[in-house]
Design a protein around this ligand. Structure first.
Ligand code: P6P
Length: 337
């Protein structure tokens, strides 16, 4: 019947034949991710009302202060995904090491890498945050996985996407056959297809970067940002700046409206010479989505999806969004222009 909407499961079944990744195991994996996201969304929606705000006093593997909703989201995802029966191991931005599926639980053929709550500094001020996920198929002999199973090129992902907790709760994901967006209808508790076949505009008018880092950038990085701020190129209107402080929210806006998000390398923190963002749980999954929507993602020199991680929490510079904008930024960073 018209107007009842298409659920994620229906959408997967419709596209099952086109997406080799969309097997029964994958459908179950995504269903468990969705259930976890609904639990997280429930807590996010009432964060201001219960004592879940504020800091736990812990410091995570990234050296960042852990907020209660971070920890809660991480626990929910680990608990549910360990019991999904489709994973053999996972890795979280919040955990230093790989998280195995216990021997007494059923294992599957997939590996999950995730950032449980990206943009967590926005939690206490009621601004968008999100969950980012990346899925690989195990290539080695099971049942135990080695670290090499995680240190893959982003091009080997079988699926990737994110949940966005904002005015509405959204799921955006790809299995390599385009990008599809679903919006949670809280009255029925289902994610319904709201943005089929998302395509990012070839060139945008938005640039997203934290300009307070300007004094820590090299000359080429400053040249890139100046390009997007300049107006002398009569062929295009000047860009406007938008920066939410949550990668998943800045990325999502640019995915729909067009534009470029940049987190360049800087010399602000000697411990993070390649910038702040993580390759495996942030850059690679969003790069898969960006490319599947017709966009692009580089580290300023090479394609994000071609980079093989050397360690689990490797950081990378990130230039991601509309193809023409990323190409321009990358050409300037490489000194080609
Ligand atoms: P800055 C959030 O902590 C995050 O990892 C991304 O979501 C976000 O884009 C970035 O850091 C913001 O970092 O240094 O601009 O506050």
């Amino acid at each position: 019947m018209e107007g009842l909407g298409i659920t994620v499961t229906e959408h997967l079944l419709i596209h099952q034949k086109e997406s080799p990744a969309a097997t029964g195991q994958f459908t179950r994996l995504l269903s468990e991710l969705i259930f976890s996201a609904k639990i997280i969304a429930r807590e996010v929606k009432k964060a201001g009302l219960v004592d879940i705000l504020g800091l736990t006093g812990d410091i995570n593997v990234q050296g960042e202060q852990v907020r209660k909703l971070d920890e809660f989201s991480n626990r929910v995802l680990i608990y549910r995904m360990q019991r999904s029966g489709v994973l053999c191991a996972m890795a979280s931005e919040e955990n230093a090491d790989v998280i195995e599926v216990p021997d007494d639980m059923p294992r599957g053929n997939y590996i999950l890498i995730f950032d449980p709550l990206d943009g967590s500094s926005n939690i206490d001020v009621n601004v968008n945050i999100g969950t980012i996920f990346s899925i690989y198929r195990v290539v080695g002999e099971r049942p135990y996985v080695t670290m090499e199973e995680f240190l893959r090129k982003g091009s080997e992902q079988v699926a990737a996407g994110y949940f966005l907790y904002g005015p509405s709760t959204m799921l955006v994901y790809t299995t390599g056959k385009g990008v599809h967006g679903f919006t949670l209808d809280p009255t029925v508790g289902e994610f319904l297809l709201s943005h089929p076949d998302i395509r990012i505009p070839e060139q945008g008018r938005i640039y997203s970067v934290n300009e307070s880092n300007t004094n820590y950038w090299d000359g080429r990085t400053k040249k890139v940002v100046d390009y997007f701020k300049s107006t002398e190129n009569a062929r295009r209107k000047p860009y406007t700046a938008r920066y939410i402080g949550a990668l998943v929210a800045d990325f999502h806006r640019n995915l729909l409206d067009g534009g470029i998000f940049m987190y360049p390398a800087d010399n602000k923190d000697p411990a993070k010479p390649s910038g702040k963002l993580r390759l495996l749980c942030e850059a690679a999954p969003l790069a898969f989505v960006a490319e599947q929507a017709g966009g692009a993602a580089t580290d300023g020199r090479e394609r994000i999806l071609d980079i093989r991680a050397a360690h689990l929490h490797q950081r990378t510079p990130l230039f991601i969004g509309s193809r023409r904008d990323v190409e321009t930024a990358t050409a300037i960073m490489k000194g080609d222009v």
